[in-house]
Ligand binder design. Structure first.
Ligand code: UDP
Length: 479
């Protein structure tokens, strides 16, 4: 009893530092974790680059939303790039290299010197920053939790890449080899074709620097104290079991946006906007019949050429369906937002279409007028579609999206995959597959999965329980 009393006296509120890669999809889910931990009574410091922080506070209501947690702090750290650097995916290698040489040492020094206060319990680091962690660095005392924002199926595929190389299944031998089935990826036997492997596998030489970088990064994940994933057992159970063989201390707490709704007991405005949100599309949706609209968005980083844009445009108009389309100002390379409706499509677009620069996506997907989602299969978008119970047409662009889209079509049966095809006839055909021809079948599986997702984040559900376990572990670490 004496020791217990002493411990109570010593007790400090747990304090977690959260540091995402400064890209939309990463900030989005890690900010949700920040809010969830704050609701659980944990002090959170959210670390971001000045550039992303400014975008975030300019376009989202984050400051007032987090003002209800007096101990919560936003904090910034430089990325080492000049102020006018575009910081787009095109310059990804440059961004990462600057992080490595400039940001990493500052970050480490801050941890060692107690910059965030003496009560810092642990760090939740975007697992993309794996090389920020050195398991042998005794001066960093705080346990580092890795948060992976991509899908579990892709994490597992990443992990198996060296095995595929040893086995002679990689490299891919050119375009004509893309449909070859990968026979022995453990847990995914005869499921992925070469084209369904993570984007960085699309190289003809296994010494490729990006491929090697990703292999090393994945191996470094072992240094994390624990791994946090935005997924849930009923969706990813078999893959999560595989991942647990490598990282036993695993928390599957997704879909995070849905868990947040449970904890708040209400719908909330998503705080993920790095662009100006155009809410007028909600009023437009209000005037469309239930299930009649295909929502089209390729996320925050996909870029396409004007030709591709025209194929999608013709395909959408020719599909005969109503469409709500997000054309980000930087979606089409070289256009800088100056997109004109092609004359021959003006009538069809006016009659059935609505185009915005950035949509309130979570709200759009849960709108009853939306009957399907043409998506780039980013992991946040995929989970948002799953929770909203909307079937998908997948047109993946990069990274985990190649694997996600295969799982959507062939494992979860929640839609169709049109990867690597960008042709007006195929666009129209695929849209009609989910909106008309196979609508009932897809609506049934989508609604079953939506129920499982909601169950997982409700009291008694697997993600709900894992989140409680995470909070408990953080509390114990703070004692
Ligand atoms: N998003 C949005 N409005 C849009 C397009 C996207 O709010 O018009 C959000 C979407 O809800 C998702 C995120 O941006 O949470 C995109 O993340 P995802 O992982 O799907 O793709 P990424 O942008 O990382 O490629």
């Amino acid at each position: 009893p004496t020791r217990l009393i002493a411990m109570e006296g010593e007790h400090q509120a747990p304090h977690v530092l959260i540091f995402p890669l400064p890209f939309q999809g990463h900030i989005n889910s890690m900010l949700k974790l920040a809010e969830l931990l704050s609701i659980a009574g944990i002090t959170v410091t959210f670390l971001n680059t000045p550039h992303s922080h400014n975008q975030l506070i300019h376009h989202s209501d984050v400051l007032s939303r987090f003002s209800r947690f007096p101990a919560f702090r936003f904090h910034t750290i430089i990325d080492g790039l000049p102020p006018d650097h575009p910081r787009t995916i095109k310059f990804f290698a440059q961004i990462i290299s600057s992080f490595d040489s400039i940001t990493k040492p500052i970050f480490r020094n801050w941890l060692v010197s107690g910059h965030f206060g003496s009560n810092l319990t642990c760090v939740v680091l975007d697992a993309f920053f794996k090389n920020f962690v050195d398991g042998n660095d005794d001066e960093v005392k705080q346990p580092i939790f890795g948060f992976r924002t991509i899908s579990a199926c892709c994490i597992w595929a990443y992990h198996c890449v060296p095995h595929l190389i040893d086995d002679g299944q990689l490299p891919i031998r050119g375009e004509e080899d893309m449909d070859r089935m990968i026979t022995n990826l453990p847990g995914m036997e005869n499921l992925l074709r070469c084209r369904d492997l993570p984007g960085f596998c699309r190289v003809t030489d296994t010494n490729d620097s990006v491929l090697q970088f990703n292999i090393k990064q994945t191996q470094r994940s072992n240094q994390f104290h624990a791994l946090i994933l935005n997924s849930f057992e009923d969706l990813d159970g078999p893959i999560l079991s595989k991942i647990r063989t490598l990282w036993p201390n695993l928390y599957a707490i997704g879909p995070l946006h849905s868990l947040l709704r449970t904890k708040l007991s209400r719908e909330t405005e998503a705080l993920n906007n790095l662009w100006e949100v155009d809410r007028t599309c909600l009023a437009w949706l209000d005037n469309q019949p239930p299930g009649s609209v295909i929502y089209v968005s390729f996320g925050s980083i996909t870029v396409m050429g004007n030709e591709g844009l025209m194929e999608f445009w013709h395909g959408l108009v020719n599909s005969g369906r109503n469409f709500l389309w997000v054309i980000r100002p930087d979606l089409v390379s070289g256009k800088n937002g100056e997109i004109e409706i092609p004359a021959e499509l003006e009538e069809g677009t006016k009659q059935r279409g609505y185009v915005v620069g950035w949509a309130p996506q979570e709200k759009v997907l849960s709108h009853e007028a939306v009957g399907g989602f043409l998506t780039h299969s980013g992991w946040n978008s995929t989970l948002e579609s799953i929770v909203a119970g909307k079937p998908m047409v997948c047109w993946p662009y990069t990274a985990d999206q190649q694997v996600n889209s295969r799982f959507v079509s062939n494992v979860w049966k929640l839609g169709v995959d049109m990867k690597d095809l960008c042709d007006r006839e195929i666009v129209a055909k695929m849209v009609n597959e989910i909106m008309v021809n196979r609508k009932e079948e897809f609506m049934r599986t989508a609604s079953e999965m939506a129920n499982l997702a909601r169950r997982s984040v409700s009291p008694g559900g697997s993600s709900y329980a894992d989140f409680d376990r995470l909070v408990n572990e953080i509390r114990l670490l703070s004692l």
